[in-house]
Design a protein around this ligand. Structure first.
Ligand SMILES: C[S@@+](CC[C@H](N)C(=O)[O-])C[C@H]1O[C@@H](n2cnc3c(N)ncnc32)[C@H](O)[C@@H]1O
Length: 249
């Protein structure tokens, strides 16, 4: 029998929505599925102004969502554990928080990291983060709507609950891999999608294949943590890869 959690991962739970009328039907359905995350249904007509920023409705209240906060706190803890297993820490690292949203993960890294490029395609999400940067006087966080140009510039790329929303997930991972210096670490967290169904999230094999194709070494995919969510326990995946060090002569 299919569990409630499985049902949700397959798309049985419909929540985060945007107004799909500006997109072709098929693309709208795909985008709507990707935007759905974990809230109760919202009818599109309730949001007639959301056109090309599917996250605009969610940005103002994002930080008040206990599930979003719990997810990013657990992601941070799993990151720290992962790095410490390899004798490393965020201290002094140049970081790219890709799909940063309002900066729930950025704000946990900001005190330790040397600098953070906080990247998100949603101007509304970045607006919340920009206000936070000003309020809190952070001088080491830059926001952008696209991945910084250049290569070999970062020590750590983190992607918290973003990769399953991307139109070109493998291509984006390849671009993010170029940012990393040799030995740099890529980490993503996403809901697990079971099998080959068209549900939400990513499967373990999709993550493994994308990270391997991006040239990472030491790729592994595992259950990241448990988070309570609407009376259930959810178990997102963590995918990890390292930019290989050059071969020694
Ligand atoms: C579920 S939210 C997660 C936000 C944040 N990482 C957190 O944990 O609170 C997904 C985020 O991915 C962003 N996103 C979706 N597609 C993107 C893309 N192609 N490039 C950058 N960000 C993207 C959305 O704008 C949204 O802020």
């Amino acid at each position: 029998m299919r569990s409630a959690v499985t049902e949700r991962h397959r798309g049985g739970h419909r929540g985060r929505r945007f107004h799909p009328c500006t997109l072709p039907e098929a693309a709208a359905n795909t985008r709507r599925r990707r935007v759905e995350w974990h809230h109760g249904p919202v009818e599109p007509e309730e949001h007639p102004t959301v056109d090309d920023d599917p996250w605009a409705d969610h940005a103002p209240g994002w930080d008040d969502d206990p599930a979003a906060r719990a997810y990013s706190a657990a992601a941070y803890r799993s990151l720290i554990d992962l790095l410490s297993e390899h004798g490393r820490s965020v201290g002094g690292m140049t970081v790219c928080d890709f799909g940063c949203g309002t900066g729930l993960l950025t704000e946990q890294l900001v005190d330790e990291a040397e600098s953070i490029d906080a990247v998100d395609a949603s101007p509304a999400m970045l607006e919340v983060l920009t206000a936070k940067i000003a309020d809190r006087g952070w001088t080491n966080v830059r926001t952008a709507t696209d991945i910084p140009s250049g290569s070999d510039t970062h020590d750590l790329v983190v992607c918290s609950s973003v990769c399953s929303f991307l139109d070109d997930y493998p291509g984006t991972v390849r671009r993010l891999a170029e940012l990393l210096r040799p030995g740099g670490v890529f980490v993503q967290w996403d809901w697990e999608r079971d099998g080959d169904t068209d549900g939400d999230g990513l499967s373990r094999s999709e993550i493994f294949d994308a990270l391997t194709a991006a040239g990472f070494s030491g790729v592994h995919v595992a259950t990241a943590f448990e988070v309570p969510f609407e009376g259930e326990v959810m178990r997102p995946l963590i995918g990890v890869g390292r930019r290989p060090l050059p071969d020694r002569p």
